[in-house]
Design a binder for this molecule. Structure first.
Ligand code: 3H9
Length: 719
């Protein structure tokens, strides 16, 4: 786990060997302890270089070990020993030095980084803090403001920025290990005292209190209810105000408050869930690691509305030539200007030149005959989409993949009108598509494994977190959204206001409550879907809309809001009122209040006081309950996939882990009891009836979320 060699006759080269990221597992810590002891005690050795195997210095502590008891040598004394040694130690940083990996580098007397390396203290993103001296040494090295920013955000910096900040001593384009060995030989004669960061005084800005206060307020505003960044501020304050020996104790106390917290468990779960989500398997047995994706050298996007524009930008900025198609000249021109503007702004932000030459705009589908892949992003109308797919089937060469960006329509029905159903798949982007990281890859029953692999790999190339899901109305994300937003609407009927519901959800940690989010997305989208599915339409009496449709309770309020032309932010009015069309500053609207009051009196509903707890339970337990059904139906392969979809597509607070993890943290027994309670009170709402899988898991003793899969016996997986 740590290899030892003598190079250049007097330099001990210690190589961490724990692929893939050389995490500091107990065996690696043990290896470092043994090899350092050998290097320090061998009189032939005059200097030490520490590097990592396979071009990666170290990805930090082994996060998988956090769940169990500490085994092997603890990190802090081990690092203190390296720093205190009388022989110069040089870190040769290639790839990454993150978390404990950077803390290891900080106890080395010198740091050489390869120009492609990335460094950082991302512990805060895992709900903890850099507790191997990171919060005490980094401020001593680079000062409070810069250290505070890096530690509270977990941001990775490039080698060049690390050099500017003073984190590393040299950046090289050559082999960092070889450069470090030469550097170590030159350092032999130099005194080490000034290189031991723990012995330095932290350079302190005069306005320390004001700075810490400002950062605290910023965190409280941005990361409501999240503990770790606040603990990081306190640890950095200790670095500024205490000697190292006391500061390190404070760091350790603060770590103890975080380490076993629910937030840390949730955030670490998210880390692994995100990585698990890419590992898909199909009922045929084909899976992510045995199916080769096709190379995509060119693509087309059909429809230059909000979604189509974002998709075109996402493709072009990763170097894929895109042909964008619209149905009339005016729409094409508007779309062209928007896409070019978005691409230019994006390139400016990233400091690169905009790849405008990759874009082509056309009115003719005939121009798509040679592309490798087409993404259809026209209106959410099955008849229209079918006609597009029929046409594509005629014009595109037989090997072209045909993808739809539908947010919930039947992908297999579209496949059915083509001559190549095996090459048809859903690529459900989230708005705005060039910003949102989530991609639901919707596998129809006839999508081939190569098609799935290609869509997943294209998603990755575009920087998306891609999750393979099965084909059913709404797929995973929007199918679950229905019971969640239905509960919010029923709560409106019963006496709540949009702002009260949104506040409860935002206090829980959602980036936006359900009504503010709907206003942003556009209320007409859901209205169109409801019309398409026959839930509403011209047959409904607008004066007296029925509250029972298709065999279940129905709340007509969202339709009534749309009937008034209130489509959300874009029209300046929705659940809230905005300064102007396109405005973002949501204000409660007395007209909505009137609408709710009139509605309640028309149907004889006596409004009651509704608590935040009821709002959270009804919305979130209904959400998770549908998640259990989705698992039962084989539409998602595991709870992690559902959670990743909600984290990246729906603003679910990461420190709560996602709806399924949250349900497990609340306790499945409690979730079951509360659902039973609410279902008894609302027997006409089937979504509140606890799902058989939830009941089954409770009967099995409520296993942890990672074990649910063993209990899911899907009749037939759709994945
Ligand atoms: C810490 O250091 C605490 C200290 O302050 C000490 C306190 C006392 N542990 O992301 P990838 C796995 S906390 C265990 O797909 P990439 C990962 O799960 C730690 N496993 O690769 C995956 O496994 P699998 C602070 C880890 O190239 C595989 O490695 N450090 C760890 O896209 C490949 O990962 C961090 O927060 C780990 N530390 O990105 C850094 N890291 O193949 C966390 C990775 O089974 N790591 N794995 O799915 C990362 O950010 C990225 O993994 C990294 C590589 C950028 C390193």
């Amino acid at each position: 786990m740590a290899r030892y060699e003598l190079v250049k006759r007097s330099v001990a080269l210690i190589t961490l060997t724990n692929p893939p990221v050389n995490a500091l597992s107990s065996a690696v810590r043990h290896g470092i302890a043994k090899t350092m002891e050998r290097a320090l005690s061998d009189p032939k050795v005059t200097a030490v270089v520490i590097c990592g195997e396979n071009g990666r210095f170290c990805g930090g502590a082994d996060i998988r070990e956090f769940a169990g008891p500490l085994r092997g040598p603890p990190l802090v004394p081990l690092l203190d020993l390296i720093e205190a040694g009388e022989k110069p130690v040089v870190a040769a940083i290639e790839g990454v030095a993150l978390g404990g990996g950077l803390e290891l580098a900080l106890v080395c007397h010198y740091r050489i980084a390869h120009f492609k390396a990335r460094l950082g203290l991302p512990e805060v993103t895992l709900g903890i803090l850099p507790a191997a001296g990171g919060t005490q040494r980094l401020p001593r090295l680079i000062g409070i403001p810069a250290a505070l920013e890096l530690i509270t955000t977990g941001r990775h910096v490039s080698a060049q920025e690390a050099l500017k900040l003073g984190i590393v001593d040299q950046v090289t384009e050559q082999n960092a290990c070889e450069v470090a060995v030469e550097f170590a030989l030159r350092a032999i004669a130099k005194p080490l005292s000034s290189r031991r960061l723990s012995s330095l005084t932290t350079p302190c800005p005069p306005n320390l209190d004001a700075l810490l206060e400002a950062v605290t307020m910023q965190i409280q505003k941005k990361a409501r209810g999240v503990m770790a960044p606040l603990a990081c501020v306190q640890a950095v304050r200790a670095a500024a105000t205490m000697p190292y020996s006391q500061g390190i104790k404070r760091e350790s106390e603060l770590m103890a408050t975080l380490f076993h917290s629910g937030q840390a468990r949730a955030l670490q779960y998210c880390f692994f869930a995100e990585r698990t989500a890419g590992k898909w398997t199909l009922p045929s047995g084909a899976q992510w690691n045995d199916t080769k994706p096709r190379e995509i050298r060119s693509a087309a996007v059909i429809g230059l509305g909000t979604m189509g524009r974002g998709i075109a930008v996402s493709l072009a900025r990763v170097g894929i030539p895109v042909i964008a198609v619209e149905s009339d000249k005016k729409l094409l021109e508007t779309g062209r200007q928007m896409v070019i503007g978005m691409l230019e702004r994006d390139a400016k932000r990233r400091g690169v030149s905009a790849s405008l030459n990759l874009l082509k705009f056309t009115l003719s589908l005939e121009d798509l005959k040679d592309v490798d892949l087409v993404i259809e992003a026209v209106f959410e109308d099955m008849a229209l989409k079918k006609s597009v797919f029929r046409e594509l089937s005629k014009v595109c060469r037989p090997a072209t993949l045909l993808c739809t960006n539908t947010s919930g329509l039947d992908v297999d029905a579209l496949a059915g009108v083509t001559d190549r159903p095996q090459l048809v798949i859903g690529m459900h982007f989230f708005s705005p598509a060039h910003v949102m990281k989530l991609l639901e890859v919707v596998c129809g029953p006839r999508s081939s494994s190569e098609t799935v692999a290609t869509a997943m790999s294209l998603g990755k190339r575009m920087g998306k977190v891609s999750v393979a899901v099965g084909n059913c109305p709404g797929f995973v994300g929007n199918r679950m959204l229905k019971p969640y937003s239905d509960q919010a609407s029923f709560l409106l009927e019963e006496g709540a206001t949009p702002e009260q519901i949104d506040k409860a959800l935002e206090d829980f940690g959602f980036a936006m409550g359900v009504f503010r989010m709907s206003d942003l997305a556009g209320l007409d989208v859901g209205w169109r879907v409801r019309k398409e599915s026959g839930l509403t339409g011209p047959d409904v009496d607008p004066k007296n809309p029925p509250r029972w449709r298709q065999g279940r309770k129905y709340c007509p309020i969202p339709d009534m809001v749309c009937e008034q032309g209130r489509f959300g932010q874009k029209t300046g009015r929705g659940w809230y009122v905005y300064d102007k069309p396109g405005g973002t500053n949501a204000k409660p609207d007395p007209l909505i209040q009137n609408l709710l009051e009139t509605y309640r009196s028309r149907y004889g509903i006596k409004p009651r006081n509704i608590t935040d707890q009821e709002i959270i339970e009804r919305c979130l337990f209904a959400l998770a309950n549908e998640g259990f059904r989705i698992l039962e139906d084989g539409i998602a392969a595991r709870p992690e996939d559902i959670d990743v979809i909600y984290l990246f597509g729906y603003g679910f607070p990461r420190h709560r882990g996602g709806p399924m993890f949250y349900a497990s943290m609340v306790g499945l027994q409690r979730v079951l009891e509360r659902l039973e309670h609410y279902h008894q009170a609302h027997p006409d709402v089937p979504h509140l009836e606890p799902s058989p899988l939830l009941k089954k898991l409770v009967a099995c003793g409520s296993p942890p979320v990672q074990k649910w899969r063993e209990h899911i016996k899907t009749m037939h997986s759709h994945l």
